[in-house]
Design a protein around this ligand. Structure first.
Ligand SMILES: [Zn+2]
Length: 142
């Protein structure tokens, strides 16, 4: 497989299948039993969700890219989106964006990495401007 996360080409990937059923309080089934097929990159360990079963995947030589979906941790998505919203806030925006950037740094080709890089740059510039204007304000008032 060609890995979208680390950019590796022709990497040996492991595939496995999970039976999953979403339950409320682990007692009441909330969804029908579903089987999820995972493909794990042998290089970086990134997990992808496959729309085809592992058996179908083994037979197909089609573009895996179109069949594999990202499995990005929710915390990474939350911090990326939160970082973009908070980037104009001096200090806080910077912290959130740097955290998002650290979390997404293992996925350099994913949009969360691009988004948090932009957010971090904007936050750095705005925090810098804020500090400069604070110093100017302090100098003018003293
Ligand atoms: Zn990889």
């Amino acid at each position: 497989m060609d890995c979208k996360a680390c950019g590796g080409k022709g990497i040996l990937a492991t595939t496995y299948q999970y039976g999953e059923r979403a339950t409320i309080l682990h007692l009441i089934p909330a969804s029908p039993f579903t089987e999820t097929n995972y493909v794990k990159c042998g290089n970086c360990g990134e997990l992808f969700v496959s729309r085809l079963s592992v058996f179908e995947l083994a037979k197909t030589s089609a573009e895996l890219d179109s069949l594999l979906g990202w499995r990005v941790p929710l915390i990474s998505l939350t911090l990326t989106i939160g970082g973009l919203i908070l980037c104009p806030v001096p200090g806080i925006g910077l912290v959130v964006n740097v955290l998002a950037l650290l979390l997404s740094s293992s996925r350099p080709k994913h949009w969360t990495c691009t988004a948090s890089t932009i957010g971090a740059v904007v936050a750095v510039v705005l925090t810098g401007l804020y500090i400069i204007s604070f110093i100017l304000w302090y100098m003018l008032n003293s």
